[in-house]
Design a protein around this ligand. Sequence first.
Ligand SMILES: *Cc1c(COP(=O)(O)O)cnc(C)c1O
Length: 397
Amino acid sequence: MSAFDQELQARLNSIREQGLLRELRRVDSPQGTRIKIGGRELLNFSSNDYLGLANHPALKEAALKAVEKFGAGAGASRLLCGSLAPFHELDETLAAFKGTEAALTFSTGYATALGTITALLGKDDIIIVDKLVHACIVDAAKLSGAKLRVFAHNDCADLEAKLRWANKTRNSKHETRNILIATESIFSMDGDAAPLREIVALKEKYGAWLMVDEAHATGLYGANRRGLAEELGVSDRVEIQMGTLGKALGASGGYICGSRSLIDLLVNRARSFIFSTAPVPAAAAAATAGIKLVISSEGKSLHEQLWTRVVTFQSAIGHRSSAVPSTIIPIIIGDEAAAVAAANALRAQNIFVPAIRYPTVARGAARLRVTLTAAHTGADVQTLAHALDATRNSQHV
Ligand SMILES: *Cc1c(COP(=O)(O)O)cnc(C)c1O
């Protein structure tokens, strides 16, 4: 073995010894409530395909049509010659869906955060993020060179303390510094909701900007299913509305919705947009179909079905229903090895629930992360609840 590979093997061994080794599991079926892994069919509670659109006929047909008309690849960055019609249709559909002046899509949600935060902030600026915000926002904040401050999870008093400090720093310098607050609306690993009304009030009080990542809320909350900001009536007061096209919308890609100036600036300054080949046209067409479906009457009934499943599951496992319900239901175990053992025990019963460990969550905060979708039946949900009960009893988790 080469010295290079020896070094890497030593690092992998250390990851393995901590019970943190991750491996890819090959899935031989489309995304859905039943997935095929290793020749077995598993009941799937791991996907973020909340409305069951990833394998929906309308999205597949839109993707196929886009392939027929626009081919397999986009050929270049959108700023060179790759700005194919399906991307423009998607941007327009998104802006209309979210009720904003404009929208811009990126190849992934991750690339969206990287491109947007680095376009907006530099080393003289300040970014204040929730402790549990997604890795893409943390990475973007670091890459931007801005001063990074972290406030305790969903803690507005701590956010205000950080804002007071930022404001003082800003006023003591002669140049104008910008302050950006970034949070998720529904948190990806805990399923809890950010106090967006209070955060909006604070950012206005201190003259900061606000970026809200609605990755796990787009399509799921609000009268028009735009997200939690809509449900809480603060959409118009959030400067930068971010999300992904890869979860409830059933396709792939990321987006920013906001003012025309924001979008024009991103086209000129977001490096992950500028220096990257446009996604395949089929992805954009599928996402457009996903949005159309979400706002249709079928979307409305899928939405209702999803929340029925959530209520059923929470009462079956004796969870208190929270003020803002979520499709993400974490079952906190703590110890990494115990979480993996619990996931293995479920898999032995043909149920797939992922064990989430460091670095996705803090050390010692390992958990089973159950996600429910509109495609699950009431019986599926009961099967999981019973299996969890049995696992709990046998493992004392
Ligand atoms: C999944 C996720 C992203 C990244 O989106 P992708 O389209 O998967 O790259 C960003 N933020 C949050 C909170 C997420 O859960």
